[in-house]
Write a protein that binds this ligand. Structure first.
Ligand code: NAP
Ligand code: MG
Length: 499
């Protein structure tokens, strides 16, 4: 493994397209300071260097943003009057601008998160642009229905699909621009207005995106960004003039949001954590299964809600699978995330790194064996070796709790019945994977697994057209696909008496 006492980014990797400037709040189409002038720092996790200062929105700022979003949603506003074809054009233009500025957006994403530029440029940014392209296509296809009613004699009844109104959207730090796109694209496609709160650690791409919304012709006030921490998010949830909250983040915060949103009966959709099982059967292509399992847990440093973090392996294929998994985990190249060859970046923060390392200790105390990894890399930044824990049983904390880092917990199983029972024995239900050549077994398991997404002979892939979301504590509501149109519209029934 390369030495990852990372070089000073600006000295080593020149020139960057991105020149991060101090971040302000984006309200009503303008960049403004917080009313009380408060700011916080955002860091490059790979060096812990401060990138720039960001305005911290207080309650008054949140109120300003919500008022702007409300005004932009008012009857007769430019946004409400805009026809569907023009709204399509706005979203397509936004996607085009994201692609035109892809290099800069990728650098900003990597600077803020510490994820490899390979990932930001090949996945995060293009997939976010594609999400806007996908929902641009929906704008002209959001329709109601005519419905034959049986009561009241002669009648004509139909439904209208209407935007909900002002949507508060709160997103985490692991895929900032992608999470933005999953929420903002369908909300705007349906004609809503948005107040977005990015995670405190990762505000940069949302602020650059905000500039692009103006260039794309989105009217002022339709899209607003309030930067800040948990208190800023809480103020948005508490605000009585917000109609809907869409949230991606931890279970704990999701619960507190639901409680707070109940006071004003806001619509709520939640995408929360996971502890996804990856079931490896001995009859699968074990080499491919191991390669994909590696991506399933170590992509994005394991900071993935869908991470295949519980790897269940059938006894008779165990040794073969594990030798590939372990040897490849040891070869992953950690390094400066801005370097194109880096495949393993920095975790988001020292606090998070320590949490993840602490889980390795918990695992050891529970009787797990660290086959590879288990340690921090270098002293600069927050790098960690890809870690494989063997001898895990499903009741251990390292198998039940979301670690959200590069730690795979490997559990042996004897047969499909046992694998299914243990896989479903979890508070979470976000995703699951099955590796087998037996079609019947695969489809039967897919039916029985309690998870919002089941992958067969693949892992961790999503598509804008396919609904995404969780069972159990992984949340509710389905983002992406046509499902997100349901999340961002109200259905109105209209009944006309023709007697
Ligand atoms: P988090 O602490 O729950 O934060 C998520 C967002 O909520 C951040 O913007 C955060 O602000 C904000 N927030 C914090 N407290 C709040 C409150 N009381 N009211 C309103 N907003 C509040 O989650 P995280 O630790 O940053 O992110 C990792 C978690 O996200 C993991 O559990 C992961 O599984 C989950 N996740 C789920 C999905 C999915 O699609 N299901 C996708 C990605 C991540 P600050 O960060 O600024 O404090
Ligand atoms: Mg957080």
């Amino acid at each position: 493994m390369s030495d990852t006492s990372t070089p000073d980014i600006l000295a080593d990797i020149q020139p960057l397209k991105a020149k991060p400037k101090p971040g302000k709040l984006f309200i009503n189409g303008e960049f403004v300071d917080a009313q009380d002038g408060k700011t916080f720092n955002t860091h490059y996790p790979a060096t812990a260097n401060v990138i720039t200062q960001i305005a911290e929105a207080g309650t008054e700022d949140v109120d300003r943003a919500v008022k702007a979003a409300r005004a932009a949603f008012s009857e007769g506003s430019p946004w409400r009057k805009m026809n569907a074809v023009d709204r399509t054009r706005c979203l397509l233009k936004l996607a085009e601008l994201m692609r035109a500025n892809a290099e800069e957006l990728s650098e900003l994403e990597t600077l803020d998160t510490g994820k490899p530029i390979f990932e930001s440029s090949k996945f995060d940014v293009p997939q976010a642009a594609e999400c806007f392209e996908y929902y641009a296509g929906w704008v002209t296809k959001i329709t109601g229905e005519t419905i034959p009613v049986s009561k009241g004699g002669d009648a004509f009844a139909y439904t209208l699909r209407e935007p909900i109104g002002v949507c508060g959207q709160i997103i985490p730090w692991n895929f900032p621009l992608q999470m933005l796109s999953w929420k903002v694209a369908p909300a705007l496609a349906c004609g809503n207005t948005v107040v977005l709160k990015p995670a405190e650690q990762t505000p940069l791409t949302a602020l650059r995106f905000a500039e692009l919304t103006l260039e794309a012709g989105i009217p002022p006030g339709v899209f607003n960004v309030i930067t800040g921490g948990g208190a800023t998010g809480a103020a948005l949830v508490e605000h009585e003039d917000v109609d809907k909250i869409a949230f991606t983040g931890s279970v704990e915060t999701g619960k507190s949001i639901m409680r707070a949103a109940s006071k004003t009966l806001k619509r709520v959709s939640l995408e929360l954590g996971g502890k996804s099982p990856n079931l490896i059967f001995a009859d699968s292509d074990l080499e491919t299964a191991a390669k994909y399992a590696l991506g399933g847990i170590f992509f994005n440093q394991g900071e993935m809600c869908t991470a295949g973090s519980r790897i269940f392996v059938e006894e008779s294929g165990y040794d073969q699978f594990m030798s590939v998994l372990t040897s490849r985990a040891q070869k992953m190249v950690a390094g400066d995330p801005l370097h194109p060859k880096t495949r393993l970046g920095s975790l988001i923060s020292e606090e998070h790194l320590n949490n993840v390392l602490n889980y390795v200790d918990i695992g050891k105390k529970e009787g797990a064996i660290v086959t590879t990894g288990g340690e921090r890399i270098g002293t600069k930044g927050y790098f960690m070796k890809p870690t494989v824990l063997e001898g895990v049983t499903n009741s251990m904390r390292v198998a039940q709790e979301e670690i959200f880092g590069p730690v795979a917990s490997v559990i042996r199983f004897k047969d499909a019945e046992e694998a299914l029972r243990e896989a479903n024995n979890s508070q979470f239900g976000l995703a699951a994977s099955i590796w087998t050549r037996d079609i019947k077994k695969a489809h039967k398991l897919a039916r029985s697994l309690k998870a919002g997404t089941v992958w067969i002979n693949t892992i961790s892939t999503t598509d804008n057209a396919l609904p995404f979301g969780g069972y159990k504590d992984s949340g509710f509501g389905r983002e992406l696909g046509k499902s997100a149109i349901d999340l961002y519209t109200e259905t109105k029934s209209v009944w006309v008496d023709l007697n």
